[in-house]
Design a protein around this ligand. Structure first.
Ligand code: DX5
Ligand code: ZN
Length: 215
């Protein structure tokens, strides 16, 4: 499988979101990456259901919803209702991760688990066969446009090995600081999905940048 590109809507123009959604629709991007921040789990607040519902109205590609919130179980159904196809929760926000993952799957979505830069991938050992996507945070979550953490390459390789050992089908997604200088190395290490916010939306030609990340 060739790798997937998921532009992060967090860096889009919220005064004209429809234009950026159409750009993604007409580009080589595969998913919409939708970052939800609650101001508690992370030191920032992004957007909630009305905005996601509006994105869903125009988006022609799957919504990959990344929850940076506490108590994600409480809202899983509501995210399903506004169009999430993949719902990712943070391992650091889930004291009962197995239950959270099953809950998402029972609601008919793909289950993702995000892990912060300080969290060891070994904590996924016992749930990895149930998980559809693992989102490796390559920055501390909360903001777009941060610097990529170099230790991520090692983590991708270790995670790939764990996935193979456990016969898991989980995809590896990299989130934060992905750019045209590091994307190829991430793919070579075993990444399957690359999230890109700043790199896409601050470029002169976003759809051309997506095309380059897709190569
Ligand atoms: C960070 C978010 C990311 C962010 C990535 O907390 O989870 O998805 O939008 O943005 P860039 O690509 O600009 O680092
Ligand atoms: Zn994200």
């Amino acid at each position: 499988m060739s790798h997937l590109i998921a532009p992060s809507v967090l860096s889009a123009n919220f005064a004209n979101l429809q234009a950026d959604i159409e750009m993604i629709n007409n580009s080589e991007a595969d998913w919409f990456h939708v970052d939800v921040m609650d101001g508690v789990f992370v030191p920032n607040i992004s957007f909630g259901f009305p905005v996601i519902k509006s994105i869903q109205k125009f988006a022609k590609k799957p919504l990959d919803v990344h929850l940076m919130i506490v108590n994600p179980d409480q809202y899983a159904q509501a995210f399903k209702d506004v169009g999430a196809e993949i719902l990712t929760v943070h391992i650091e926000a889930c004291p009962h991760l197995h239950r959270s993952v099953q809950n998402i799957k029972n609601l008919g979505m793909k289950a993702g688990v995000a892990i912060n830069p300080h969290t060891s991938i070994n904590l996924l050992e016992d749930t990895i066969s149930d998980i559809d996507l693992i989102c490796l945070m390559s920055v501390n979550p909360g903001f777009g446009g941060q610097k990529f953490i170099e230790n991520t390459y090692e983590k991708v390789k270790k995670l790939k090995t764990l996935i193979q050992q456990k016969n898991s089908k989980a995809l590896i997604e990299i989130d934060g600081g992905v750019d045209l200088n590091n994307y190829q190395k991430l793919i070579d290490c075993g990444a399957n999905v690359l999230v890109a916010g700043n790199t896409v939306f601050s470029s002169k030609n976003p759809s051309e940048t997506i095309k380059m990340l897709k190569k």
